[in-house]
Design a protein around this ligand. Structure first.
Ligand code: PLP
Length: 455
């Protein structure tokens, strides 16, 4: 017998331990929808209410919901070969095809692919490969990983320790050793108290300072999202990553680009770092790789890193790393089909066009509480302020959360980011103009309302 909506909600409260939730609120019945259907950028919940998904679930529903092509590919692959692993050199065809396709679309030289089940595992892999690279090259003291203060890299121990956001790390000490952080390139509220461009991108210079403090012989890698996602859609200026690349090269430090959000068309290009014209040594990817249809991630490895990993030849160069689901054939087949759709429907170009439209519409709303609109393609952030002229923080830092709740009531899902006054917008790349109009209309009203009617 099918359970009623109310029964499902009661079972959810009783049995499901949700990620990122105030447990007591959930147990009391915090009214968060349980979704049952999706098509394009529209979701329907268990009570039949419809929403425009303005966040692509978790920044990932790039091709939109309900694509039959992916279901068909998954079904065929499950019937043919549901699983075989890549351990010890075995293979499966979809994993090979996907690795080859990723090598085609990646920045030049990143032609070796290690598969994971998601973004945290991809970052663990990138971090471990960076350390292994230096071990193989005879510099085992190079262990330190330097990240950014507002970075989010995941919740497994290495990825969490690389994460700078305190809200993600707190309560879970002791962390993994040899991780350090430098200020982010947050021009709207410069952590160094400077102003762009007069600053000369001093925040990139902080990397050099940190490397020299630690001693270059102790530093393995620098890791950064091209654009911070969870940390506030913080978008570095054009000079930033070229300077970072230069500093990394000067001191023999590898550069890991965490493309878990920025990849696969979300910012308009295959990989976000392309906007800065820089080639990283390692790329961590996930999310848009399958548009969330199945869990899959990947670490892309530059040829020169790969070559060092295999040295010196012989049993000593055994690559001791692997997850059960590395290269899952069904997930790989689905990711390949997702990439085919992204390319065929030119969804990267669409992200640029719709991102521009969304930004323009937001500006035209002349909302007196929006201080900054930033990002690239359809990875946008809106910073709410008490006064746009001064950028003064809202008196109540939770305004973003109140606006998020009001938008949801009115059928639009947005997300408030830490510290609570930044709204993320990252709808499926297939979002329509009419849906963008509605997102802006609802968000504009909600922001005005929460500022003008404090709880
Ligand atoms: N890196 C970035 C930039 C992310 O935004 C996320 C997740 O939001 C991760 C890594 C972690 O990915 P996952 O949750 O798939 O482990």
């Amino acid at each position: 017998m099918q359970r009623s909506a109310e029964e499902i909600k009661a079972l959810d409260r009783r049995h499901v331990l949700h990620p990122n939730v105030v447990l007591a609120d959930h147990a009391r019945g915090l009214p968060m929808p349980i979704m049952v259907e999706g098509q394009g950028a529209v979701l329907r919940d268990i009570d039949g209410k419809e929403y425009i998904d303005a966040i692509g679930a978790l920044w990932l529903a790039n091709i939109g919901y309900g694509r039959k092509e992916l279901a068909e590919v998954a079904r065929r692959q499950m019937e043919k070969l549901s699983f075989w692993s890549l351990f010890w050199g075995y293979g499966n065809v979809p994993a090979v095809e996907l690795a080859a396709r990723l090598a085609e679309i990646a920045p030049p030289g990143l032609s070796h692919v290690f598969f994971t089940s998601g973004g945290s595992e991809a970052n663990e892999t990138s971090i471990k490969i960076a350390r292994l690279y230096h071990v193989r090259r005879g510099e085992p003291s190079r262990r330190h990983i330097i990240g950014l203060a507002r970075a989010y890299h995941g919740v497994s121990y290495g990825a969490m320790t690389a994460t700078g956001l305190e809200t993600v790390r707190q309560n879970y000490e002791p962390y993994v050793g040899a991780f350090d952080h430098i200020p982010s390139a947050y021009c709207y509220r410069c952590p160094l108290g400077k102003a762009y461009p007069a600053c000369g991108v001093a925040c990139a210079g902080e990397l050099e300072r940190k490397i020299l403090d630690l001693g270059p012989q102790n530093v393995a890698a620098f890791i950064a999202e091209p654009i911070h996602g969870v940390g506030g859609v913080i978008t570095p200026p054009p000079e930033y990553f070229p300077r970072i690349r230069e500093i990394c090269d000067r001191y023999g430090v590898l550069f890991i680009a965490d493309e878990v959000i920025c990849g696969f068309g979300r910012t308009g290009t295959w990989f976000g770092i392309e906007h800065w014209g820089v080639v990283p040594d390692l790329i961590s990817a996930a999310k848009g790789l399958s548009s969330g249809y199945l869990p899959i991630g990947a670490t892309l490895v530059h040829d020169r890193v790969y070559e060092a990993l295999g040295q010196p030849e012989g049993p000593g160069a055994y690559f001791n790393h692997g997850f059960t689901y590395s290269g899952h054939p069904v997930a790989a087949a689905v990711a390949l089909e997702n990439i085919r759709i992204l390319a065929e429907e030119r969804l990267g170009e669409r992200a640029v066009e719709m991102g521009r439209y969304l930004t323009e519409r937001l500006r035209r709303a002349e909302n007196p509480y929006i201080g900054d609109i930033r990002g690239k393609g359809l990875m946008l952030g809106v910073e709410l302020v008490a006064d746009p002229a001064t950028g003064e923080m809202p008196a109540d830092p939770n305004v973003g959360r109140y606006a998020e709740a009001r938008c949801r009531e009115h059928g639009v899902i947005v997300r408030a980011l830490a510290p609570g006054n930044i709204i993320a917008l990252s709808p499926p790349l297939v979002v329509t103009r009419e849906q963008v109009d509605r997102i802006v209309e609802v968000l504009d009203e909600a922001v005005r309302y929460v500022f003008e009617h404090p709880p």
